[in-house]
Write a protein that binds this ligand. Structure first.
Ligand code: PGA
Length: 245
């Protein structure tokens, strides 16, 4: 097992390649289950999927989606909630039924957390498991919000966000104090059960962590390094994020 490496000339080439793989999956399996990511990195893939929907008739009518994670303690309508992000960048522009969209809630009460997270996992299983998972990577090496220390078999749960992750999110929230401290995230074990995984990483700020994830030891200090043990994972990089390989 090893990660398939694609170093693209431009981000657009990477976005088009990943979107094309998703389109081919949906055309072969209209009820495909997609695992979706947020952050600045996958926006181009979503733009390309929207274009494929409008210009090439790609239909998401039977597709089912599960998002990786969601902040806790903000409103769904907050511009930085992942619910809002996903609707703004993808769901509002395609024909997916609302009932097929799954994103963890933003205000899950502590007493309900365990059942809530278990139910999220069960829903993934009931829908047949994730066929294709899109991932970004944080500078802590997180996939989803699996911060350093996350074991390989961890499942969907509430997690304390790493300081570096919160600092990276601070400009979007206007101030570090406004960045939520916790999130609900699929676990590393959940992610590793996806049949195909595409991780995208662009820019020099990601070069060091991409090197650790790909070339470093498999370690709980870098959740993305677990992908070295996955059967069908591709990394889609640009020259900047690949510059330390
Ligand atoms: P980014 O975030 O796409 O905004 O760089 C990636 C992540 O934290 O997973």
């Amino acid at each position: 097992m090893s990660i398939t490496l694609h170093i693209h000339a431009t981000r657009e080439t990477a976005n088009k390649k990943v979107a094309r793989e998703i389109a081919e999956l949906i055309r072969a399996k209209p009820h495909a289950v997609l695992g979706l990511a947020t952050g600045s990195t996958p926006i181009g893939v979503y733009q390309e999927l929207v274009r494929l929907h409008h210009q090439e008739g790609l239909s998401f009518r039977q597709v089912c989606t599960f998002n990786l994670d969601e902040y806790q303690g903000i409103d769904l309508s907050h511009p930085e909630s992942y619910w809002n992000f996903m609707h703004r960048h993808l769901f509002d522009h395609i024909d997916i039924p609302a009932a097929n969209i799954h994103i963890p809630g933003t205000r899950v009460p502590s007493l309900e957390l365990a059942d809530y997270c278990k139910h999220y996992e069960e829903l993934i299983t009931v829908h047949g498991g994730i066929d294709y998972q899109i991932l970004g990577i944080g500078r802590t090496g997180h996939i989803g919000f699996n911060e350093p220390g996350s074991p390989p078999d961890c499942r969907t749960r509430r997690i304390l966000l790493d300081q570096l992750t919160r600092e990276d999110a601070a400009p979007a929230f206007g101030d570090l104090d406004h960045v939520p401290t916790h999130a609900i995230t699929m676990g590393c074990g959940t992610i590793m059960e996806a049949r195909h995984i595409a991780l995208l990483a662009f820019g020099t700020a990601k070069a060091a962590i991409v090197r650790k994830a790909l070339r470093g030891p498999v370690s709980s200090q870098v959740s993305a390094s677990y992908l070295q043990n996955h059967e069908h994972t591709s990394f889609h990089l640009d020259h900047e994020s690949a510059s330390l390989l």
